[in-house]
Design a binder for this molecule. Structure first.
Ligand SMILES: [Zn+2]
Length: 961
């Protein structure tokens, strides 16, 4: 398309050749971009900008001491794993938690993309990529990525079609958020080189704006009500300029790259974004490479790598590059100085050492006071701080600068163009660690109001045991797990060894061995009731932070043992097992939760193990069957299951969720998995899952969209309604449907299974009955049943539609099926179906045309009245009628019915053996004449209800041989 357009354009007015990268100017002429840039003498300016960007990006400024340049970016830069598109995980989880549990991501699932190619159109994509949104958790390396991209460009290596890369971090733009600017002056504020450029000159340049750190934005981007600005010289507020640039009103040819943490990314409407990428941190080999690049000494780096690998939680955390850095700082310090003692093995150890390493660099006499103040800052919940924030917390700015000398790397001083410093923690985990230190500090120093304020309404905390227990309980209630790390650190800090490292920062310690034992016991026995099982796993992590490995060892023994199903597992065992299965390298082929001997809560806590099937794990059977317990599977639990279904390749072939309660939102999540193109599920069991009508509709649509694998579907015990029946029929009608078995061990069988004969052999060779009692069906369903059976009638031998609102119209529609010569129905149950005499009339007429199969008919509890029975007797009296059992309980019958029945029996005496008329007014009926027939050897009739007192009737009649 582009080529034809270009062909129509005149040649370049400057080089008079075919246009390359054409741009037009206000005079209406067309030029190659390079030609016009050269002729307007802006090339020099752009080169100058490129050179200064190169200088800015060459070195890493991780130690924010401005006088000292960090190592070259190229030396330490390790490729990050970037993918196009998002993994479909809930983004509500705490970021650290996300990082950890998702560490076993399937690297094949999304397409990896190279940093330099972030704006390149892939072969199978159309159109151009104008706005890219890159997300990633805090510390994952987004800013490094931007820096590397800019450096590659500035060095003339990549993306040379871009005239100028203009990085504008939200941190810096926050500082001028109240000022009015045009886009031109905004650029000039940050890049004085551009002072000399005009609006017209700017518009012929191909610009790339990089807005780094949307999560740190204090601008309010309003894409709905923002005024339209299309002139680069028009003044407006910064947020309006940004929204216009992103929407393409302003400089439509400019590229825009926004980076953000996941939670803040939704500020940009998806319609504005042409590509979403995600930075996923380091893969295992990238982690090692990162350490090797950092240390010149092969020996040191190998030692560090093997130490990290030995501690699973540390190794996992190293997926976040910043944690690699923290680890490197700590271990480097310990290995190169005369540090005695153990290397850190837990997160708390690592952060304690990190804090110590930082504070030792420059001792300051006010150190402790400052740290306390800073800890107050951590409580504020911000992730970035400006001078005024610090002042609000009682910190003198001059002292902060000294402080930032004390703890330089904890607080990173951002030095942009502005003299105004910005402070932030290098990583959220550092903030959480300091918050934990602060909490213990306040407790030890009797700053009870801080503790009580935190726990809200909880007073009289009498011991450390109680404090930890109360905070743990509070954290378990969180949906997002935002306190998980904080709580882990708190428990880790109760260790004597960490008190030693941190010295008087934690205050007077209370941790005698008795206290320690009680804390551990509390954790092991903590009840979480129906909290998310993911939260319960954090209890296990707390034990690990306290270096209590007993549970860990017990589970390892359990996994090795032969008779697993006999060993009793406690709740904490289950959480540990779930975590270990989730992280296990072992192939887990089946998971039957009901095979573990544990309590109700224990079984519940095992659910996260499902996540094991992420990555290449071969989980083929997943059974979350809860026996007699009704557990509600949350959306997050279903997310785990859905993930197993969506993975590529997905090995899960059997999913049993019988007996769990599934709310609509949970079913919706599950359906996303069923729809997945890699889903190969063959068996789906959803017995008694309390599926709502909406859920059932969602479920069937999901099955319809991916019909070719499922062969067995169990849906009984759910409140199936008309729309459900219709939907399911639609699914069965689909030509790709491979369903063979649609079943129930109980009663609620579905009718549509007869549709294309797909199901009949398998299902009907087992059970030949259709029981749809109490399914809230109406005449609509009846009609559908009729046509369904009609298309393949010979396999239904029993049909019980009792207690549905079929009404006469429903029965009328069913009659098509009954009349069908192929119909072999033996039992028909229509009790309590709101029928009148009309039903009897149509039934009788239908049955007359195909009389020889029906042996049992139940029409009880319908208002048939005598007239109805009279119609029915027209059929019953025929010698070819083979009905043996007839139930007409509570049908508002009187003597006239009895008369009609007697007369019918007289003409067809040898079939009917049982007749039930109970529940009709005994005074109005004349049962005696029927009882007389029982007594007579000429009649097969053996039982008539109600019995008349003193009747001599034979109760047992031996069959004639
Ligand atoms: Zn040209």
């Amino acid at each position: 398309m582009k080529t034809t357009e270009e062909e129509k354009l005149p040649p370049c007015s400057l080089c008079e050749d075919v246009l390359k990268d054409p741009v037009s100017t206000s005079c209406g002429q067309w030029f190659c971009r390079q030609c016009i840039i050269s002729s307007w003498n802006i090339k020099e300016l752009l080169d100058e900008h490129q050179t200064s960007e190169r200088r800015r990006c060459e070195n890493v400024t991780e130690r924010s001491d401005e006088t000292q340049r960090g190592p070259p970016l190229k030396k330490i830069y390790t490729e990050l794993y970037i993918t196009e598109g998002l993994r479909e995980e809930v983004q509500t989880q705490h970021e650290i938690w996300q990082m950890e549990t998702i560490s076993k991501i399937n690297y094949l699932q999304n397409l990896p993309i190279k940093c330099q190619e972030i704006f390149k159109v892939l072969t199978d994509q159309h159109g151009s990529i104008r706005v890219v949104l890159t997300i990633g958790v805090a510390g994952v390396g987004k800013t490094f990525l931007v820096q590397k991209f800019t450096l590659d460009w500035a060095e003339g290596l990549e993306n040379q079609d871009i005239s100028a890369v203009i990085p504008l971090s939200f941190r810096e733009m926050n500082l001028i958020r109240d000022e009015q600017h045009s886009l031109l002056t905004l650029i000039q504020v940050f890049y004085p080189t551009f002072q000399k450029i005009t609006a017209e000159q700017l518009s012929v340049c191909k610009l790339l704006f990089i807005f780094d750190g949307l999560d740190e934005s204090r601008l309010s981007l309003d894409f709905n009500r923002s005024q339209v600005v299309s002139d680069v010289t028009q003044k407006s507020s910064i947020n309006v300029l940004l929204t216009n640039l992103i929407q393409g009103h302003l400089l439509p040819s400019a590229l825009v790259w926004i980076t953000s943490r996941p939670a803040a990314a939704n500020q940009i409407p998806p319609s504005c974004v042409s590509r979403v990428t995600e930075v996923r941190g380091f893969t295992d080999s990238q982690k090692e490479e990162c350490f090797r690049r950092r240390f010149n000494d092969e020996d040191v780096s190998s030692k560090i790598i093997s130490h990290i690998k030995a501690s699973k939680s540390l190794f996992l955390m190293c997926e976040v590059p910043i944690f690699c850095w923290i680890t490197a700082v700590v271990l480097e310090h310990m290995m190169t100085t005369e540090q005695k003692g153990e290397l850190p093995t837990t997160m708390t150890d690592m952060y304690s050492h990190f804090l110590m390493v930082q504070t030792k660099r420059k001792k300051h006499k006010y150190q402790q006071e400052h740290e306390e103040n800073l800890q107050e800052l951590t409580e504020k919940g911000n992730i970035m701080f400006y001078q005024e924030d610090l002042e609000q917390c009682g910190l003198d700015v001059r002292e902060v600068s000294m402080y930032s000398g004390v703890c330089t790397e904890i607080f990173k001083r951002e030095c942009g163009i502005f003299p105004k410093p910005v402070y932030c923690f290098v990583h959220l985990s550092v903030q959480e660690f300091l918050a934990a230190v602060y909490m213990i500090h306040c407790y030890s120093n009797k700053k009870i109001e801080v503790v009580e304020n935190f726990l809200k309404n909880q007073t009289n905390i009498s011991s450390l045991v109680e404090l930890l227990s109360k905070i743990m309980k509070k954290s378990l209630q969180s949906q997002t797990g935002h306190m998980d790390l904080f709580v882990r650190f708190l428990h880790g800090l109760s260790l004597k060894s960490n008190h030693r490292i941190l010295g008087n920062l934690l205050g007077r310690s209370e941790n005698n061995s008795e206290t320690f034992k009680r804390i551990i016991n509390n954790l092991k026995e903590m009840k979480t009731n129906d909290m998310s099982p993911d939260r319960s796993i954090n209890i296990f992590h707390c034990l690990v932070e306290m270096k209590d490995l007993s549970v860990h060892q017990e589970i390892q023994e359990f996994l090795k043992s032969e008779n697993r199903s006999e060993k009793e597992l406690s709740e904490i065992h289950c959480s540990a097992l779930a975590y270990m299965l989730q992280m296990s390298e072992e192939v887990l082929e089946e998971l039957y939760l009901d095979q573990y001997k544990t309590s109700r809560e224990g079984r519940w806590r095992l659910i996260p193990a499902v996540r094991n099937c992420r990555s290449q794990r071969k989980l083929t059977i997943l059974c979350l069957y809860f026996c007699n317990y009704s557990y509600e599977l949350s959306e997050i639990d279903c997310e785990a299951v859905a993930f197993a279904l969506k993975s590529n390749p997905s090995h899960l072939t059997e999913l049993d969720l019988n007996g769990t309660i599934l709310q609509d939102s949970a079913v919706k999540t599950l359906c996303a998995g069923l729809k997945g193109q890699h889903c190969k599920l063959e068996t789906l069991r959803l017995r008694s899952c309390s599926l709502s009508e909406k859920s059932f509709t969602d479920l069937v649509s999901a099955l319809k969209s991916n019909p070719s694998h499922l062969t067995e579907l169990v849906l009984d015990g759910n409140n199936l309604q008309d729309s459900g029946v219709l939907h399911l029929c639609g699914f069965l009608e689909s030509p790709d449907c491979r369903l063979q078995t649609l079943r129930s061990d109980k009663f609620y069988l579905l009718p549509c299974c007869f549709y294309f004969g797909k199901l009949r052999n398998i299902y009907f060779s087992r059970e030949q009955s259709i029981l749809l009692r109490y399914c809230r069906m109406s005449d609509v369903s009846g009609g559908h049943l009729g046509s369904t059976f009609g298309s393949n009638p010979s396999h239904v031998t029993e049909l019980n539609l009792g207690a549905n609102n079929l009404e006469d119209s429903g029965v009328k529609q069913l009659c098509g099926f009954l009349k069908n010569p192929g119909c072999r129905l033996k039992t028909l149950g229509l009790e309590k179906c709101c029928l009148s005499r009309i039903s009897c009339e149509v039934l009788a007429s239908a049955l007359k045309s195909n009389p020889s199969h029906l042996t049992e008919l139940d029409l009880s509890e319908n208002k048939l009245q005598d007239l109805g029975v009279k119609h029915l007797c027209g059929f019953l009296g025929r010698p070819d009628c083979k009905v043996q059992t007839l139930r007409l309980k509570k049908c508002s019958l009187t003597k006239a019915s009895c008369d009609a029945l007697v007369s019918a029996l007289k003409s067809n005496p040898s079939h009917l053996t049982e007749l039930d008329l109970s529940g009709n007014d005994p005074n109005g009926l004349d049962v005696q004449q029927l009882q007389d027939l029982v007594a007579s050897p000429d009649y097969k009739l053996s039982t008539v209800r109600p019995e008349v007192m003193g009747s001599p009737g034979r109760q047992v009649k031996l069959p004639c041989v």
